[in-house]
Design a protein around this ligand. Structure first.
Ligand SMILES: NC(=O)c1ccc[n+]([C@@H]2O[C@H](COP(=O)([O-])OP(=O)(O)OC[C@H]3O[C@@H](n4cnc5c(N)ncnc54)[C@H](O)[C@@H]3O)[C@@H](O)[C@H]2O)c1
Length: 328
């Protein structure tokens, strides 16, 4: 198939692009390089079926051109990260809503299936676990709390997907749960796995926010990509599908594992949410996906355990953090 991947030079997008090419697809990789790196596609740069286009999904003329002749689009381009959400709410709102509207409208005109990358954040601070795609409520706090604007923007994107589906566009919404792996951006977004690894490798304090008892389901990017590609199957049309591993790890456990696996001398420190994100920040205690639907529809079976996945990820950071200790 000829496939457009937006956000193709990003963390998940670059792994997805590599896999699609390895499976024999032709890939148009679109990225504005705001946080992505061309370097992340270096292993496939010379691939005859890859076309890299530097540009924005906010540019409708360009988007129309790159969509021509495609049979599917994986829409991953987004502005994300808890830190970004708190610091740059307007960027987050525009970067998610306007871009998705463009992708859906043009895909609708050209009759191209859309697979949209959404997030477990849309469940908000719901405490009824595990989260089920159709049954679980979204529980969000005040609109004065910027933390919720990413979840709200992604939820509105999902509504847009289903509005276009109602008009006949095949779409699939996937909700990722804490993806991790090589090439993830820790510095700009404050994503916890790369942030802890970078600190551990530099011998700096590993900063745990809050009590560290918050629990998440960390999912290796290879498993995320498996599930994402399976959504090309028409069985996934019109569905919302959780993609994650239903194995729970607290942030304290994560910090301890990363320190041990990387043989780091770093101290694990605790920092209050207020110190990290300012006054009024809210977080959710636990996030666990119900992956029954992914198993049934996609034969999804996330297999990489956290210990093995972290070893592989730490090795990548060890080999890629520059001498100046800059993000690779
Ligand atoms: N990483 C996770 O744990 C996670 C969890 C839930 C959802 N997601 C979603 O998965 C997708 C990919 O996330 P990621 O972790 O790979 O992030 P990422 O920042 O590494 O990737 C996003 C990519 O989009 C590009 N981009 C941003 N705005 C653009 C624009 N206007 N036009 C073109 N390109 C643009 C960036 O340069 C970057 O390469 C996002 O939609 C994100 O919301 C990720």
């Amino acid at each position: 198939m000829k496939i457009l991947v937006t956000g193709a030079a990003g963390f998940i997008g670059s792994h997805l692009t590599e896999r699609l090419l390895n499976q024999g697809h032709q890939v148009i990789a679109l990225d504005d390089l705001s946080t992505g790196r061309v370097n992340y596609l270096k292993d496939v740069a010379a691939h005859p079926h890859l076309t890299f286009v530097k540009g924005s999904v906010l540019d409708q003329a360009l988007l129309g051109k790159v969509l021509d002749g495609c049979e599917a689009v994986f829409h991953l381009a987004a502005v994300l990260g808890v830190k970004n959400t708190v610091d740059n709410p307007l960027k987050v709102i525009e970067g998610n809503i306007d871009s998705t509207r463009n992708v859906l409208e043009l895909a609708y005109q050209k009759k191209i299936k859309v697979i949209f990358a959404s997030t477990s954040e849309v469940y908000g601070k719901n405490t009824e676990l595990p989260f089920q795609e159709h049954e679980s409520n979204r529980v969000l706090g005040s609109t004065k709390t910027h933390r919720w604007c990413y979840a709200t923007a992604k939820a509105l994107d999902e509504h847009l997907c289903f509005a276009y589906e109602k008009m006949g566009l095949p779409i699939t919404v996937i909700r990722y749960f804490n993806a991790y792996g090589p090439r993830q951006n820790g510095t700009q977004y404050g994503q916890v796995v790369p942030k802890f690894i970078e600190a551990a490798l530099k011998g700096e304090p590993i900063p745990v926010y809050g009590t560290g008892d918050q629990a998440r389901c960390f999912t290796h990017v290879n498993d995320i990509v498996d599930g994402t590609i399976s959504c090309l199957d028409s069985k996934a049309n019109g569905e919302i599908i959780n993609l994650g591993k239903d194995e729970v790890t607290t942030i304290n456990e994560l910090a301890t594992m990363i320190k041990r696996i990387s043989n780091s001398t770093s101290l694990i420190t605790h920092i209050s949410y207020e110190e990290a994100y300012g006054k009024g920040f809210e977080d959710m205690e636990k996030r666990i996906p119900d992956i029954t639907r992914a198993k049934e529809l996609l034969n999804y079976s996330p297999s990489l355990n956290l210990e093995t996945g972290l070893k592989q990820t730490i090795d990548w950071y060890r080999n890629n953090i520059s001498e100046k200790n800059e993000r690779p």
